[in-house]
Design a protein around this ligand. Structure first.
Ligand SMILES: Nc1ncnc2c1ncn2[C@@H]1O[C@H](COP(=O)(O)OP(=O)(O)OP(=O)(O)O)[C@@H](O)[C@H]1O
Ligand SMILES: [Mg+2]
Length: 237
């Protein structure tokens, strides 16, 4: 459903992504792991046509370069960016309903009630405005809004960034449910949760893919992976 071939992203002073190729199939959860500056966000932004890039990216067989960002959203390529971007003056409920615009008339996959079931904490704060939400609550709203948009492929940029462990668990518990019916391309530095959610993974370092494989294989090679990720070790999951 997504094929990336020979992707390069160059900024004025930085060659951020250097010939990256990978794919995501229907019903698959794939993670891109890598330390700060490895090029993860640049890859997601290229797929959504938010960054200039070279190489080929096909979504559902069509070159994304000829489609453009708004139409990709209408076709169900739903991107939850780094930093969540909850609308500060809208309530939780109104923020979730923004997803209906991105759904663009396609059949709903998740109702508002489904989202409140996935994130019970949001139920009690449905009238609270975006500016008054914690980082974890904002992440839940951003994910919920993406689900209302009926994703055919969900792209998540570091959903656990900056969240307390209990909130990370709540987010990943919800994602495990979502993953049963929605393909996900997941960018993370949180290796343990990403590997346990995903089927396959790619490790990026300085713009290159340096390791790839089934997540069980990657977990078995945790000490090599940790050296690329700049971590003392990566727990087996
Ligand atoms: N808009 C931009 N203009 C110039 N350089 C950029 C821009 N965006 C990213 N870069 C550079 O490209 C490289 C890759 O950045 P990118 O944000 O893709 O990494 P990342 O893997 O998402 O990192 P992080 O884990 O910190 O989010 C970095 O060196 C970064 O400084
Ligand atoms: Mg990033």
């Amino acid at each position: 459903m997504l094929e990336v071939n020979g992707l390069h992203v160059r900024y004025t002073a930085t060659h951020a992504v250097k010939g990256v190729s990978f794919e995501v199939s229907e019903n698959e959860v794939v993670c891109l792991l890598g330390p700060n500056g490895a090029g993860k966000t640049s890859i997601l932004r290229s797929i959504s046509q938010l960054a200039y890039c070279d190489g080929t990216i096909r979504y559902d067989g069509d070159d994304v370069a000829g489609i453009g960002t708004p139409e990709l959203g209408r076709r169900g390529l739903i991107h939850v960016p780094e930093g969540r971007h909850v609308f500060p003056t809208l309530t939780v409920h109104e923020n979730l309903r923004i997803g209906e615009i991105a759904r663009a008339g396609r059949a709903a996959k998740y109702s508002l009630d489904d989202v409140y079931d996935l994130f019970p904490k949001l139920t009690e704060m449905r009238k609270r405005r975006g500016f008054a939400l914690s980082g974890g609550e904002q992440q839940m709203v951003a994910l919920g809004r993406a689900l209302i948009a009926a994703p055919r492929l969900l792209m998540l940029d570091e959903p656990s960034l900056g969240l307390a462990p209990a909130v990370v668990s709540a987010v990943y518990k919800a994602l495990a449910e979502v993953a049963t019916e929605t393909p996900i391309l997941l960018v993370e530095q949180n290796t343990t949760d990403a590997l346990s959610l995903s089927h396959r993974g790619y490790v990026l370092a300085e713009g290159h893919i340096v390791m790839s494989g089934d997540c069980t294989d990657l977990s078995d090679r945790s000490s090599i992976m940790a050296s690329y990720l700049g971590q003392s070790d990566v727990e087996n999951s």
